[in-house]
Design a protein around this ligand. Sequence first.
Ligand code: AHR
Length: 504
Amino acid sequence: MKKLRAAVNALDRKSHINREIYGHFSEHLGRCIYNGIFVGENSSIPNTDGVRNDVIEAFKEIQMPVLRWPGGCFADEYHWRDGIGEKSTRKKMVNTHWGGVTEDNSFGTNEFFNMCEKIGCEPYLAGNLGSGTVEELADWIEYITFDGVSPMADLRRKNGREKPWKLKYLGIGNENWGCGGNMRPEAYADMYRRYQTYCRNFSGNELYKIAGGPNVDDYNWTEKLMQIIKDDHAKAISLHYYTIPSGDFANKGSATKFTDDEYYRTIHNALFTDQLIERHSAIMKQYSDNMKLIVDEWGCWFDVEEGTNPGFLFQQNTMRDALVAAISLNIFNNRSDIVCMANLAQAVNVLQALLLTEGEKLVKTPTYHIFDMYKTHQDSELLYSYVDSAEKTIRNTIKKNDFEKIEEIPLPLVSHSASLNKNGSITMTYSNASLDEDFEIDCDIVGFEAKNANARILTYGDVHQFNDFDNPERIKPAEHSVELNGNSLKLTLPKLSVVSVILS
Ligand code: AHR
């Protein structure tokens, strides 16, 4: 077995890992909200105010820190007033983005904020800039956060909520270069400045305003946006990046049936996140020392499962997804000087979901287990960590218009990060993306006297495997034995595995 030297230095603290890096996203899309999170008060599925109890428990278990809502593309067509008050009179609308289904607005502002309170997570709103008005967004903030006497606060009281909720994270628009209005960055940036002006800090509530950032590698968008918005108008900008094996939305491929080549290209494309963060943040730093990056949509995007509504984006979740989650979270940890939040797309039944539901059944996906194994990184201090490189050569196709070139490139197989928790323990997370090679990690621990090492592993021989309703626990974390000798830690990192170690 190939040995890799590694090190973690507890004296070399890099940056704070905001717990919001472990955030999530829930859109009115397919079966994410309806028949996923929310089944309605009259459902026979155990629920609290219509929200499934097992979903709330699962979210609490991974210490979900923040949840983004109501979209996505849906956000720029959402009119919040349609989703408040007596349910039977709520306006129905067509969800034009996602399957053309009727949206009955039975899950709205009160339901979302009450649910976040139960989960214990921060709500993150995506406001409607594309088809809404400045007044509508300003009123929404007043409805949610104002404690005094005002038309919106009174309306909230009439709807059964006396005290305001807290709202920190406010995104203004979503993908305004695309589904959120097909705007030029200059036009969006000016609109952003105007909309955010009227989003007030009421009753001690402090908004953290987020401007809609680039799609993938649209560096021009970042440049123009940063020139115009300035950091007195926004605390952060967003970035959206989905991992697709071919890199091409028109040719995504199956979630469960894929070749080794497609698998490695998926890993390669997940690793590209690091380069995106590097380049966007380099542009941002030319204009601001303070502004942060929020990767508020990330994850694998494959073809929908056969026989399901193409507009519902329902896909299975295999060990490949687990590897992508592990690699991405290590990248976000290691970039926590600039990345202050990230939101996996999406929480339930959509894209790289944490949970899948069918009637009263619920399955935790391999991706869910990665969030569980990594949760002790939340609110920790990133530490210097090192692992010898282990690479595989893969073939990559570069396509630009009529130009096509196949090149051989090295693919890093092992990803890692380490952090020091408030309670004085160290979390180390490693992933091995190789389909055939095991590694032995021999790690020096500097500046920390570890007495105990507890490790867990997520692994499965077949990369195509997943948890389903007949086998909900096929893939789940197990204890992993490691050897701690003074300041040296030895562990095996089998092929296709993710390992988390807690040193205390
Ligand atoms: O997550 C699905 C969709 O992907 C979101 O609605 C949109 O923002 C993105 O294009």
